[in-house]
Design a protein around this ligand. Structure first.
Ligand SMILES: Cc1cc2nc3c(=O)[nH]c(=O)nc-3n(C[C@H](O)[C@H](O)[C@H](O)COP(=O)(O)OP(=O)(O)OC[C@H]3O[C@@H](n4cnc5c(N)ncnc54)[C@H](O)[C@@H]3O)c2cc1C
Length: 462
């Protein structure tokens, strides 16, 4: 029972992964007296993922960037490779283990910020007004190690979500003795393969992501965009096939797996948290069932005063790409600055209207025409100047960039994804009679999708 109006901490961070550690480590460095407790259910950090992002030289995580590429490649199966390069920016690679170690070193050097591992956070609820200082302020978090009270909570625990598409991937960092055949994917020496070997069918797009880390090692990932989350074993089989096709089959004497990583990222999250029956998009949770039990009612946490939801759970993932690392770092910096000024924590900024609409229309077109997805990406890689495409991918697109992207894509499938009124407007302003007829006859994707996915929510993780 709480006997004192004091809080255990000014801020409690739930989940100390990419986002939680980014915020905690920035607060550890900040000039502030804030007391911070970060809890995570994991008992140790492993090299469970790597993060890539585009950046210049001027950022404070530069010391932990272990590899970077000036050129990155797009290629559809049987088609030419498109190498992109943008002056002043490289595709940079941070190992999970290095990021975790870096953040933990900063936290350990602080006597105000504490990281508690092996602690599962459960229910989050408001502190009762009669025992809080200003009525309505303060939060209690139940954890496996007892209750923690705080003025504010930043909750980064993964949660169930419905999405328009799922990016399912499985990768292995392998030692291949120089046998990896990058040429087969059109990847020039020294370049990275962003989306290579792209091929699409009625189930969606598949492609190989290759990061050559040295002459003898590489991270090779197989990725699929799918309307439903795929089983881990299915995606792993795609990865193994890709490795074999590139001359580095698992089990061969010259091939050794150094580490593995995998994930399912929602693209175009659908915020509705109600049961999925009648909801046209599939829900997915990357949280293991045990953590779900521990998480209790945390899916409502964002509606409690003083609680902010952040990280992938709070909208950090870019709808159209699944990239989040750079966005998480920017958020952590802003949020820490505000907290250091004595202000309340903030979540991720809302997506600007035009970007959100572009991403949604793009994802809807991918859902409606999965078999054409490789052509869409190849068309963008071929037809859009690298700097424009990069600005689009990194949230800096100008109107002219968006127009260039639209111009590179086939018009009809994308116009068909516009909401009814906009589609009617587009049809009435288009002068080509064949297009007008086609647009009027198009059945909106939403209707088709609702039939396909109106099923009860099921956990489909691995
Ligand atoms: C394998 C992989 C590779 C990725 N690569 C890239 C990339 O190259 N570039 C990019 O921009 N984005 C990438 N992403 C997307 C995104 O950047 C990551 O998902 C990122 O880790 C999101 O950070 P987060 O803090 O939201 O989630 P996480 O890093 O997953 O952290 C959530 C934390 O919550 C903890 N937790 C869960 N339940 C509880 C509980 N009940 N109590 C306490 N703690 C709990 C978990 O243990 C975990 O540490 C990748 C994602 C994955 C999965």
């Amino acid at each position: 029972m709480l006997r004192t109006p004091e809080y255990d901490a000014d801020l409690v961070i739930l989940g100390a992964g990419g986002a939680g550690l980014a915020l905690a480590s920035r607060l550890a460095q900040a000039a502030t007296s804030l007391r911070v407790i970060a809890v995570d259910v994991r008992t140790e950090y492993t090299d469970d993922r790597s993060w890539c992002f585009w950046a210049d030289d001027a950022h404070d995580l530069r010391p932990i960037v272990s590899r970077e590429w000036s050129d990155w490649t797009y290629q559809a199966v049987g088609g030419p490779a498109h190498a992109h390069r943008v002056d002043g920016e490289t595709y940079q690679y941070v190992r999970g283990a290095d990021f975790y170690a870096h953040a933990r070193t900063l936290i350990e050097a602080s006597d105000r910020v504490e990281l508690r591992l092996g602690v599962a956070a459960g229910e989050v609820r408001p502190l009762h007004p009669s025992i809080s200082r200003p009525a309505g302020e303060g939060v209690i978090v139940s954890t496996s190690a007892g209750e923690i009270t705080a003025r504010w909570v930043v909750d980064t625990r993964p949660r169930r979500t419905a999405a328009m598409l799922f990016q399912c991937f499985s990768g292995a960092e392998v030692e291949h003795g120089g046998a990896l055949d990058l040429e087969a994917l059109g990847i020039a020496p020294g370049a990275a393969g962003l989306m290579t070997g792209m091929r699409a069918d009625a189930d969606g797009l598949g492609f190989v992501y290759v990061l050559p880390l040295s002459d003898f090692t590489a991270l090779v990932e197989w990725t699929r965009f799918s309307p439903t989350p795929l089983r881990a074993s299915e995606v792993r089989a795609g990865r193994d096939a890709a490795l074999a096709a590139l001359g580095a089959p698992l089990g061969a004497p010259h091939v050794r797996v150094l580490r593995e990583e995998a994930g399912v990222l929602p693209m175009g999250r659908v915020p509705d948290q109600r049961p999925a029956r009648g909801n046209r998009f599939r829900r997915f949770s990357s949280v293991p069932p045990a953590a779900h039990a521990a998480n209790g009612t945390h899916e409502n946490a964002g509606s409690i005063p003083g609680v902010v939801v952040a990280g992938a759970a709070g909208g950090a993932l870019r709808d159209a790409s699944g990239y989040a690392f750079a966005r998480i770092q920017a958020w952590a910096r802003d949020c820490a600055d505000r907290l250091a000024r004595g202000e309340a924590p903030i979540g991720h900024p809302p997506e600007p209207f035009i970007r959100r609409q572009m991403d949604r229309i793009f994802l809807q077109a991918l859902r409606a025409h999965p078999e054409r997805t490789a052509d869409y990406f190849a068309a963008m890689a071929r037809g859009v100047a690298p700097a424009r495409l990069l600005r689009f991918l990194t949230d800096r697109a100008r109107l002219s960039d968006l127009l260039a992207i639209i111009a590179s894509l086939p018009l009809l499938p994308f116009l068909a994804q516009l909401p009814d009124r906009s589609r009617a407007l587009a049809a009435s302003s288009v002068r080509r009679p064949d297009l007008v007829r086609a647009l009027r006859g198009v059945r909106p994707e939403s209707a088709a999708a609702s039939e396909a996915t109106a099923e009860p929510l099921e956990q489909v993780a691995s």
